[in-house]
Design a protein around this ligand. Sequence first.
Ligand SMILES: [Zn+2]
Ligand SMILES: [Zn+2]
Length: 378
Amino acid sequence: MTGAQIIVLATPVFLLSIAIEYTVGVRRGRNTYRLNDMLNSVGLGIMSQLVGVYGALISVAVYTLAFEHVTLWKLPSTSAWVWIAGLVVYDFCYYWRHRLGHTVALFWAAHVVHHQSEDYNLSTALRQTSSGWIGDWLFYLPMALLGFPPLVFAVVTLVDLLYQFWVHTQQIGKLGWFDRWFCAPSNHRVHHAVNDKYLDKNYGGILLIWDRLFRSHIAEDDAEPCVYGTRGPLRSWNPLWANAHHYADLAKDSWRTRRWSDKLRVWFMPPGWRPADVAACWPKPPFDITTVQRYDPPMSRRAHWLAAALFVLLLGGTALFLWNAHLLALPQQLFCVGGLLTGLWCVGRISEPRVRMAAAESAAADPTRDAAQAAAPR
Ligand SMILES: [Zn+2]
Ligand SMILES: [Zn+2]
């Protein structure tokens, strides 16, 4: 069974959990869902799975090559401790992958997708990048060198990912000692917050002990409510742009700066760093948490129904495709992926009917808008 097929089997559980969380939230008077945001988050999860059919090939191929040719020794996949140790070593590698995903601009350009939602609920967990395959494989090479078989790597990857689903909720409060040892709703809310106090903390996937060891842990403070999203908000429901926008920002800064060393540094400095000449000519206002407004363009009732109906069709189509992808020839696969991605783009367009028109009007009225657009450093 492929990883994509396991995700297909898990999808009803994801959707049922989302329905339960929504119902609990409504009953408590603390609903954390908006339809447009949820469709966008789950849509990005679908896109990530579609692209992942090919992206995973790169990760697994590189891992297998390293395991076959440069490993120090080979551990047996028949031993239970190999699986347990494999999960711990994977979680350690995940911690560093995640930490560098927040502190190196190139890796943040991929990981930012998971943080773009300005809501925080179980659908946020499904919001995953489609470009992780560019650099993720690098962080797991130590695991291959230590001799963990590719099968162990593939399974613990899935376990670590699936574990993190339940922590994306505001309906579960603090859990005492559990919060200090494991990734949990309280400490992961902090991870998704843009408050100064919380920024770039709590990277752990399953174990939080890595954060305590490497001094990136902070507990949720009831006096400082989390504000979710990123400091350079996406303000779009276009799933393709969600994956591309930070790369585009970096490419723009790299193109504009005059110094050759800065053209390269743009990609490897912490997110938000900009060459002095670019920052002087194209300034961005500093982030101010008091001005944060969630992106929520108005939708008619008809648009709500249309977006939801199209989305359900795409969800069914994706499940069918992921289940049968290995039976299709490459041109057929690409045709299906192209059709499904176009459908997801349409859901985004239906969810923001007047935004593009309004943006065009305001750009025509104010030609300096691009230089001063309201985007903070990250
Ligand atoms: Zn993160
Ligand atoms: Zn998360």
